[in-house]
Design a protein around this ligand. Structure first.
Ligand SMILES: Nc1ncnc2c1ncn2[C@@H]1O[C@H](COP(=O)(O)OP(=O)(O)OP(=O)(O)O)[C@@H](O)[C@H]1O
Ligand SMILES: [Mg+2]
Length: 267
């Protein structure tokens, strides 16, 4: 029904933090949510409290041509999770070759999930471009790009806005129209952060969905393998994320609770 793809040309900007916490927020807002990890770092699962030792996942299953539904995990907060899984370097390369040869291996399950009328899908991706990113982008209702409130992140904006990252053709124009930004790790007490924030607020206008403060509680929640709204519900960043979730919830098609073919997912 609705798909949000969290992506960025740059690493370490908060993609996984954002994907995990908006999936949780949208589920708390009454939606049925599936969180999908397309990043070989396999880190999304940690936000949902899956054991570190748990290695199963979507990618390893794809190698063995297992139905992706068999790899779904029901998390404690109610969000359904499709972890990437742990793959060694050789298996990763062989999977990349298999997807190059047959992109439908990856695109078909994502399309099936996105077609479920009552499901909201949140996808976390690896930094930069990948086959996986280009399989998911055409399905996205919202392409959510976190930026850090620093000079390095600002430098990636021309790459995004010129189409170098998402493509310059008609598809690139469509992707650009779906792009929304979140400014992460904002620290109003620091001169550079405050002036980058002010400049980006002016430049992005309504494409900026919200700001997330730099907040120790974010890293602490991850260290405890917990979601921020559970770990530190009154923290600055949790309040900021709640505002971003409300903006996303309003921008997405209404949750109608319709039962699709994945009716068990997220219930
Ligand atoms: N608002 C914040 N305040 C403090 N720390 C944060 C904040 N957002 C993210 N972090 C921390 O920054 C680090 C990077 O975040 P995260 O892993 O979500 O980025 P990423 O874009 O997914 O990285 P990668 O490109 O490696 O996938 C993590 O340690 C996370 O806890
Ligand atoms: Mg990540």
């Amino acid at each position: 029904m609705a798909l949000i793809c969290v992506c960025s040309p740059k690493g370490g900007v908060g993609k996984t933090m954002l994907a995990a916490n908006i999936a949780h927020g949208l589920q708390r807002a009454g939606r049925r949510v599936l969180a999908v990890d397309l990043d070989p770092q396999n880190a999304l699962r940690l936000h949902f409290g899956l054991p570190l030792a748990e290695e199963a996942g979507f990618a390893a299953g794809m190698e063995r041509q297992v139905d992706w539904r068999a790899e779904l995990r029901r998390t404690a907060c109610g969000v359904s999770l499709l972890p990437y899984g742990a793959l060694d370097a050789t298996a990763r390369l062989s999977l990349t070759r298999a997807i190059e040869a047959d992109p439908e291996r990856l695109a078909a399950p994502l399309r099936e999930a996105a077609a479920d009328p009552g499901l909201t899908v949140v996808v976390d991706t690896a930094p930069g471009v990948s086959r996986a990113l280009f399989a998911v982008l055409p399905l996205a209702d919202i392409i959510l790009v976190p930026l850090l409130a620093d000079g390095g992140s600002v430098a990636t904006l021309p790459e995004i806005e010129s189409g170098r990252f998402f493509g310059r053709g008609t598809m690139g124009t469509i992707f650009a129209s779906k792009m929304r930004f979140v400014l992460n790790q904002v620290d109003q007490g620091r001169r550079l952060s405050a002036s980058v924030t002010a400049a980006l607020m002016r430049h992005l206008g309504p494409r900026l969905l919200g700001l997330v403060a730099h907040d120790e509680a974010v890293a602490e929640a991850l260290a405890c393998e917990a979601l921020l709204a559970d770990h530190a519900p009154r923290s600055r960043a949790a309040c900021d994320l709640a505002e971003i979730v409300a903006a996303l919830d309003a921008a997405l098609p209404a949750a109608n609770g319709a039962q699709g073919m994945l009716a068990g997912v997220g219930r």
